[in-house]
Design a binder for this molecule. Structure first.
Ligand code: AMO
Length: 442
């Protein structure tokens, strides 16, 4: 018999069917055994009657997470048993035969139990199976899909970039060293060099993949391995072209989330954000003046924003512009990686930006230096040796147009979309200083 997915059972009342899935819960009522079975499409209540002896004997033993193949009959529930709040609340499967595909050991805690973060992380193969966690990562999958679809519609070409690299792009960021057959190389902190090189090949490119940062601290917004959503394109006028494209991409993404993920947002009690036609945009200096005026915070002239400043600026953007997003531009040259373009009309400051969303920076982007000699000088000015970047520099010797792009942290974006406080809960298998799957100090 062919398998029926649980979501399709409603249309098969009175029919004999076969379903497969995991036991969510078993409840015994005298001789009747009720089992909720779930598959990738939903959940249904099954009842095992004592007259189906063989099935009943198996049902007496099964525990949550056992994997079953069940033959049964789809019955309409009696009126007094209908539960309109429940998915499939009007039907019930009368079990005729059970085949155990896999047993599960006793669970260490109730699936619905509130767990502390460490316990949640210790048992991910199990704790990821809740409806809430499924919702988080379904939304995340849709975020990537929307990013990809939007850019492909805009004629961008998807590329894959290496994760083992010879020289680091991001400067300030912590870098993991790797022993590569006796040579010291690094794990990529971003796809930066390669996406720029590929502008010389395809003009418009994007990539999604792991980026590695040797963050020595464990915070609610940092991971040691995260997923970076990057695009890069040529023939721009300035950084506004890039911000406009990201703005358009976010609008598309939010539309797709409304289309496909409203149930997941409702389940998690989160609101799909509105993306304005023009996300508000402030220069860093102006943002700092606002912080002083509105929040009595004197940070004017500081080279960067603190996390609390980002939260305040988002609060301000919500109040003043009714926007969950705000761009901050013109960070000082000294605070940005060497490839960042200096604004010729605002010397010392860059045509680069961060995008803040619900209190956290989710994107960095900007125009890049495309002139070989200026870039070489920028490398030297940082005390770095251009010879270490000779491979990347070739792209500029053989002609690169004015270009720029963005990098967005997928997990930060997911966390902010769904109001998840700690980024680790928006990451399937988070890597942090104390843990690679299991605690490192154990
Ligand atoms: P940046 O270093 O600001 O810029 O990183 C871009 C975005 O990546 C995310 N991110 C992180 N997420 C989780 N844990 C981390 N440790 C972490 N570090 C960064 C953030 C951040 O906004 N090459 C540039 C991008 C560009 O200009 O195109 C870059 O990597 O969401």
């Amino acid at each position: 018999m062919q398998r029926t997915y649980i979501k399709d059972l409603k249309n098969k009342i009175g029919e004999e069917i076969q379903i497969s899935g995991w036991v969510n819960v078993r409840r015994d009522h005298g001789k009747l055994i009720f089992v909720d079975l779930r598959d990738m499409t939903g959940m249904v209540q099954m009842v095992v009657l004592p007259n189906h002896k063989e099935a009943h004997q198996i049902a007496e033993k099964i525990r949550p997470e056992w994997v079953l193949e069940v033959r049964g009959k789809v019955n309409q529930r009696p009126d007094n048993m209908v539960n309109t709040d429940e998915e499939n609340g009007e039907i019930e499967i009368e079990v005729l035969e059970i085949k155990t595909l896999s047993e599960a050991k006793e669970l260490p805690f109730e699936k619905k139990a509130e767990l502390n973060l460490d316990t949640y992380l210790d048992y991910l193969p199990l704790t990821l199976r809740t409806e809430e966690k499924q919702a988080v990562f379904k939304v995340q999958a849709r975020v990537i899909q929307a990013f990809r679809t939007f850019l492909m519609n805009e004629n961008f070409v998807e590329i894959q970039t290496p994760k083992i690299i010879g020289a680091d792009a991001e400067g300030g960021a912590g870098v993991f060293e790797v022993d590569y057959f006796g040579n010291k190389v690094f794990l990529a902190t971003s796809p930066q060099f390669y996406k720029q090189i590929m502008v010389g090949v395809f003009e418009k490119v994007f990539t999604t993949g792991s980026a590695f940062r040797a963050e020595k601290h464990s915070t609610a917004r940092h991971l040691n391995e995260y997923t970076s959503l990057d695009f890069e394109f040529g023939f721009i006028k300035d950084h506004h072209d890039i911000m406009n494209l990201e703005n358009k991409m976010l609008k598309f993404m939010v539309d797709k989330l409304k289309e496909n993920c409203q149930t997941e947002f409702d389940l998690l009690g989160a609101e799909i954000p509105k993306v304005p036609d023009q996300i508000p945009c402030l220069k860093l200096k102006k943002a700092q003046e606002i912080l002083k005026k509105e929040y009595n915070e004197n940070c004017v002239g500081e080279p960067d924003l603190e996390p609390q400043h980002e939260r305040w600026l988002c609060e301000y953007a919500k109040k003043k512009y009714k926007s969950d997003f705000i761009f901050i531009t013109h960070y000082p040259v000294s605070k940005r990686p060497f490839y960042t373009y200096e604004d010729e009309n605002d010397k010392g400051f860059t045509k680069s930006f961060d995008l803040l969303f619900r209190g956290v920076e989710i994107t960095t982007g900007g125009q890049r230096i495309h002139d070989y000699n200026i870039l070489k000088k920028a490398i030297k000015d940082r005390g770095l040796d251009p010879a270490n970047f000779s491979f990347y520099l070739q792209a500029f010797q053989y002609g690169l147009p004015p270009h720029g792009g963005i990098g967005t942290g997928l997990e930060r974006l997911t966390a902010r979309l769904l109001n998840i406080k700690n980024i680790k809960e928006a990451t399937l298998f988070p890597r942090e200083i104390n843990r690679i799957d299991t605690l490192l100090n154990k």
